[in-house]
Design a protein around this ligand. Structure first.
Ligand code: TYD
Length: 146
């Protein structure tokens, strides 16, 4: 059986909407709608459209990104020359990212609020912030499993 590539593990999640006359509600439960236990959240707002955020990979943490307001783009790379760009523009859509993906968030609209759900607590030692080092790790990983 062919091994699953890291980019093929990326998926868009559609959350349950409970709208009524009072307004909209979107529900995302850890281990049900989101494929991990949510240990941390953070959100990014007030980033202008010329800013690139992220630019790192995480050894352990999995993420779900939701533009709860406004829009942004997310570029993800696997360190082997493959990349995908996702456009986040709906508050009920989450982008699931496994660990060990290189990610960049950019093109934030003025009203963008990007909510990020995380599978782990913050640990700066699990961040790979050097793209060359990331490529090396991914190349060596592939060699090791061949
Ligand atoms: P950074 O990783 O640079 O943000 P982004 O991924 O959006 O580019 O984080 C900015 C700062 O905040 C940096 O000093 C690390 C710190 N930080 C925490 O302390 N806890 C967290 O959960 C996160 C995501 C960042």
């Amino acid at each position: 059986m062919e091994r699953k590539t890291i980019l093929s593990q990326v998926k868009m999640l559609e959350f349950t909407k409970k709208g009524d006359l009072r307004g909209n509600m979107v529900i995302a439960e850890g281990n049900y709608d989101v494929p991990f236990d949510i240990k941390r959240i953070f959100f990014i707002y007030g980033s202008s459209d010329d800013v690139i955020r992220g630019q790192h990979a995480n050894l352990k943490t999995e993420f779900v990104l939701i533009n709860v307001a406004g829009t942004s783009k997310v570029k993800i790379m696997d360190g082997k020359g493959n990349e995908i760009i996702h456009y986040l523009d709906r508050p009920y859509i989450g982008l699931y990212l496994p660990n060990m993906l290189w990610k960049e968030m950019y093109d934030f609209s003025e009203d963008s609020v990007l909510l990020v759900l995380c599978s782990e607590h913050y640990d700066k030692t699990e961040y790979i912030r050097d793209f060359k080092q990331y490529i090396e790790i991914m190349t060596n990983k592939e060699r090791a499993v061949k």
